[in-house]
Design a protein around this ligand. Structure first.
Ligand code: GAR
Length: 210
């Protein structure tokens, strides 16, 4: 296969997984879906779409991987020749073998404008805080919780009468737009990183035509 093989790691309903499969990811192609939950609707979605989906045991903890199990996940991804890992609703911290094997090649999507409201229930926290604008962030994963270098963000206005559900729904539409775009930029080698600052380089496609 030419281009970059992309694996999505997800534990829930999988709308971002589907957006990454169906969206324009350029030279990146989603070839694998791994889930930490054997009952996750995302596994059924993968079957319907025709992408290989697998459950792999994450170990005994709820919000992180067991060390041995994280090694199993990393080994599986490496055996499959995965070049980019996209977290999409995987509610676990990655700190060990997965990060070592794919440092700089793991992205996450989070439904807030980071660094505001990392962690769980960011939409509810944004409403309770009274912000007027929230949104979503695609970032590279580092050893912290939602702290890695920011690739793309999209703002979403908070409307009077919003509930966590209505706000989440409007943020989700933006997630589905910017996640494929971030994958496309990464796979085209158009993301330049200096420390925490990630810059999208101009598309040089026109130069190839000269
Ligand atoms: C998405 O809103 C994603 O941003 C969020 O979980 C949802 C998964 O939805 N992720 C996090 O909060 C990670 N901290 P999906 O399963 O339909 O893609």
């Amino acid at each position: 296969m030419s281009g970059t093989a992309v694996a999505v790691l997800a534990g829930g309903r999988g709308s971002n997984f589907e957006a990454l499969v169906r969206g324009d990811t350029g030279d990146g192609r989603v070839t694998l879906l791994l889930s930490d939950n054997p009952e996750a609707p995302v596994l059924a979605r993968a079957r319907e779409i025709g992408v290989e989906g697998r459950y792999i045991d994450p170990g005994p903890y709820r919000t992180r991987f067991g060390l041995r199990e994280e090694g199993d996940w990393a080994g599986f991804l490496m055996d499959r020749g995965i070049g980019l890992v996209c977290l999409a609703g995987l509610m676990r911290i990655i700190k060990g073998p997965l990060l070592d094997a794919f440092e700089g090649r793991i992205m996450n999507i989070h439904p807030s404008l980071l660094p505001a409201f990392p962690g769980l229930e960011p939409q509810r926290k944004a409403l309770e805080h009274g912000v007027k604008v929230s949104g979503c962030t695609v970032h590279y994963v580092d050893r912290g919780t939602d702290t890695g270098p920011i690739i793309l963000q999209a703002p979403v206005p908070v409307l009077p009468g919003d509930t966590p559900e209505t706000l989440s729904e409007r943020i989700l539409a933006e997630e589905h737009r910017i996640y494929p775009e971030a994958v496309k930029l990464h796979c085209a080698g158009r993301l330049s990183r200096r420390g925490r600052r990630v810059t999208a380089l101009e598309d040089s496609a026109h130069l190839r035509d000269i």
